[in-house]
Ligand binder design. Structure first.
Ligand code: ADP
Ligand code: MG
Length: 492
């Protein structure tokens, strides 16, 4: 592999294409179910999916609505005029012999997204995004002299988003792929489940010794994880650097990613590129959107990640904490953390603790195991507010607050009196001087060495003694009071 030094001689440039399956109930041009995840092969099909002669496509208006919403999510508005074309190629999973796609007049033109890498913000331009139909799926059973074709996916609506070649490192490309994912998720236009292939990325990489000129690119297709996207960019930069270093030429080609071998491989070069013979689809009228329609769509665009980042800004969170919340929000469809935080933003001190509890208790717990309990929004706020009050008035220490949250999360419904429940379950900390003093005396007697250390100025030993008191009290002692009493008993 090339050394970092030779790599710096070349300026990498990357642009990505991203296929997003739109979450319509039915297919793009046929009244057939669109959710192929669990369906047996070739059960979600009709004469249209099979491309029977004379079968006429009917445009699913929900797909247009979702693509229009996606335009806002990409920082622009949908085009008032778009149209479908036929793209011809021959492959068993495309029975019609052409794909219906928007080539000349896509529904989205322009747009931009912001990404941040290593504290540096940058903008990636969106070149365009168009609606098209997905193809079926071919499988080639090992050792068999035949292939299998499943047309369940044929005709699933896709939005293909094409970025400008605005990225220059693997980290930027990963950030861009994640940002596209978040935006499609938040806009609620796709299930965007990478595992099920609801979102797939094609990565175009070139390098050039002259930063003002683009080199010849390779296009690695069909990646379905942020990690593989990142790996492909790293691999391609190294591979192309090596070729140029050897005085060889880079050929424009389509490549695939071998995840087991962690390398790209050539699939076809541009010489065998098809002539797609595009022409306007005669069986579909153009898509014409009125100003009123576009304004109606604008009104229902949900809050985008960028806006959430702004709204959370007042809480003084680390970038990583904010991004963790943004990810967690879409990981689990059952709960909304952000709306809970949002409802309590005016009480900054409480909101900060709430975020801390969500990040450190509730989110990890929900990731670890299934938690069936679904409290109402009112109850979720009430739960955290009560715990907050108990913490502020010294009844709950941080460990017990955490345990109380965990125990409440697993209940079917919230107890009417959370404070009483906490007391009953033994979460309330002991702030009774007499009671803690007894434990302190016992701990000091059992740990004379540590007690001496404290007296001679080894402040670390105090922490140890407080820890012992906490242990003796089974976590229920008020640690601040324990600290104070230890010092007092040692005459400090
Ligand atoms: P095609 O439709 O043939 O794939 P496009 O011109 O539409 O080609 O570009 C596809 C993608 O490749 C876009 O994301 C674009 O930003 C990117 N791209 C184009 N040229 C280069 C290049 N020289 N280096 C890196 N990326 C490129
Ligand atoms: Mg392409």
């Amino acid at each position: 592999m090339a050394s970092p030094k030779t790599q710096n001689k070349y300026h990498p440039t990357i642009g990505i294409e991203c296929h997003v399956q739109l979450k319509t109930v039915t297919k793009l041009f046929a009244a057939v179910g669109n959710d192929a995840r669990e369906a047996a092969p070739n059960t979600l099909v009709s004469h249209i999916c099979f491309g029977m002669p004379g079968a006429l496509p009917v445009l699913n208006k929900e797909a247009v609505a979702l693509a229009s919403r996606a335009a806002f999510a990409l920082g622009t508005t949908p085009q008032k005029f778009s149209r479908f074309d036929r793209k011809h190629y021959f492959y068993p999973d495309l029975p019609k012999g052409y794909q219906i796609t928007q080539f000349y007049y896509p529904i989205i033109v322009g747009g931009k997204i912001k990404i941040e890498v290593d504290g540096e913000e940058k903008t990636v331009g969106i070149n365009k995004a168009h609606i098209e139909e997905d193809a079926g799926k071919s499988t080639h059973p090992a050792g068999a002299d035949y292939s299998l074709v499943d047309l369940n996916r044929a005709g699933t609506p896709l939005l293909e988003i094409v970025t400008e070649p605005d990225m220059h490192s693997a980290a930027e490309v990963r950030a861009c792929a994640r940002e596209l994912y978040l935006r499609m998720k938040y806009a609620d236009v796709s299930y965007a489940n990478l595992y099920y292939g609801n979102m797939r990325f094609d990565v175009n990489v070139s390098i050039s010794s002259d930063p003002t000129e683009l080199g010849t690119r390779s296009e690695t297709k069909n990646l379905n994880s942020f990690r593989s996207v990142e790996k492909v960019v790293e691999y391609e930069i190294k591979r192309q650097t090596q070729l140029l270093e050897k005085g060889e030429k880079i050929v424009q080609e389509t490549r695939g990613w071998d995840d087991a071998k962690q390398r790209t491989f050539s699939q076809r070069s541009k010489e065998d590129a098809h002539d797609y013979r595009y022409f306007p689809e005669p069986d579909l009228p153009p898509v014409v959107l009125s100003d009123e329609y576009i304004e109606e769509v604008r009104k229902i665009v949900p809050i985008m990640p960028e806006q959430w980042r702004e709204r959370l800004a007042g809480l003084g969170l680390d970038k990583s904490q904010t991004e963790l919340l943004l990810d967690a929000e879409v990981d689990d469809e059952q709960v909304s953390y952000l709306s809970l935080i949002e409802a309590n933003l005016s009480n900054t001190d409480f909101a900060k603790r709430l975020v801390n509890w969500l990040i450190n208790v509730e989110i990890p717990l929900r990731r670890e195991k299934e938690i069936p309990t679904l409290f109402s929004d009112h109850d979720r706020t009430r739960k955290y507010l009560e715990i907050y009050k108990l913490s502020v008035n010294g009844s709950l220490n941080s460990t017990k607050a955490k345990e109380l949250i965990e125990s409440l999360l697993t209940l079917e419904s919230l107890p009417d009196d959370i404070a009483a429940h906490a007391k009953e379950k033994g979460f309330i900390q002991v702030s009774d001087e007499g009671e803690i003093l007894k434990i302190v005396d016992q701990v000091l007697a059992q740990n004379p060495k540590a007690a001496d250390d404290v007296k001679t100025g080894e402040t670390k030993a105090i922490g140890f003694l407080v820890g012992q008191v906490m242990k003796e009290s089974r976590g229920k002692a008020n640690p601040e009071l324990a600290n104070e009493l230890i010092r007092r008993q040692l005459g400090m």
